[in-house]
Design a protein. Structure first.
Length: 97
């Protein structure tokens, strides 16, 4: 948990760290190498591969691997603050919400 908290703290505002930790836990159990077998969502915040390249580039992480915990958190930060809060993780809201 300490390592993941440190990564999330690098990207999310202090008031949003606990929420981001909860979302990441519900999405991947804090496993940066996690892959959902049905949706193929991957990484710490379970990003969808079909959107990864564009979202990573938009977040300043062009070419980053979806399983890179720092890149996955940075892209998730970008989605959270620039594209609608936690709406990208609404499917797991019953767990983190």
């Amino acid at each position: 948990e300490a390592e993941i908290r440190g990564i999330i703290t690098l990207f999310f505002e202090p008031e949003d760290v606990e929420l981001a930790l909860s979302v990441a836990y519900c999405e991947s159990r804090w496993d940066p190498g996690a892959t959902n077998p049905s949706s193929r969502a991957a990484g710490l915040f379970q990003q969808l591969p079909r959107f990864w390249a564009e979202r990573a580039a938009n977040a300043g992480w062009a070419g980053a691997n979806i399983y890179d915990a720092h890149a996955n958190a940075a892209v998730s930060d970008s989605l959270h603050y620039e594209a609608g809060g936690c709406t990208h993780w609404s499917e797991s809201q019953g767990c983190w919400g």
